[in-house]
Write a protein that binds this ligand. Structure first.
Ligand code: MN
Length: 208
């Protein structure tokens, strides 16, 4: 499950990440229909648009992470940032999910309990974090100063440009992530993903 690292170390032309599971594997929490649009259309379009935008530019030979850091907060390069950020965020999101997900065990269980009190408190706070992101964005579990923290980012922003903050897991809270399955009920989508699909092995690998 180190696909996100492998994918982001390459350079243009970028390729759409192959999902690490079948498109029906996340059902009933996330339907194959949602996957077909979310991965097969939204994510794919970010990859294709990024490749077009950087063709023939200084960014063509750079890694995805370098492009994101170089274009962050640069108004003239906002389109490149948005598409590069969305490619990275989606690679990270698909790796944050596991058809066999459930409650954390071992080291992640200990860290969740020492940082949030209990798994139930963690779940409540991560759900709130995702719900409170107004409009499109992402909810993150990250490591900051040796402690687990919850953060939210708008649009294509991520933890890559947050100093001292390392992403462990993310949940996409753009409407395209849940609307076909949950319509307007973002809290229900978050609750189901947290209970059934989080990839705690991926989180532990990202502790570094
Ligand atoms: Mn998305």
């Amino acid at each position: 499950m180190t696909a996100a690292k492998a994918k982001t170390s390459g350079h243009a032309p970028f390729e759409l990440m192959k999902l690490p599971y079948e498109d029906t594997a996340l059902e009933p929490v996330i339907s194959a229909k949602t996957i077909s649009f979310h991965h097969g259309k939204h994510h794919k379009t970010y990859v294709e648009t990024l490749n077009k935008l950087i063709a023939g530019t200084e960014f063509e030979g750079q890694s995805l992470e370098s492009i994101i850091k170089a274009t962050h907060k640069d108004e003239a390069k906002r389109k490149i940032f948005n598409n590069a950020g969305q490619v990275w965020n989606h690679d990270f999101f698909w790796n944050s999910l596991d058809p066999k997900g459930g409650k954390p065990t071992g080291k992640m269980k200990e860290m969740i309990e020492s940082s949030f009190g209990s798994y139930e408190d963690f779940k409540k706070k991560l759900t709130e974090t995702g719900v409170e992101q107004f409009g499109s964005g992402w909810a993150w579990l990250c490591l900051e100063g040796g402690k687990l923290m919850l953060k939210k980012t708008p649009n294509a922003e991520s933890m890559l440009t947050e100093k001292g903050c390392k992403a462990l897991l993310t949940i996409d809270v753009w409407e395209h992530a849940y609307y076909l399955d949950y319509q307007n009920k973002r809290p229900d989508f978050l609750s189901a993903v947290i209970d059934k699909l989080l990839n705690w092995r991926f989180a532990e690998q990202n502790l570094g």
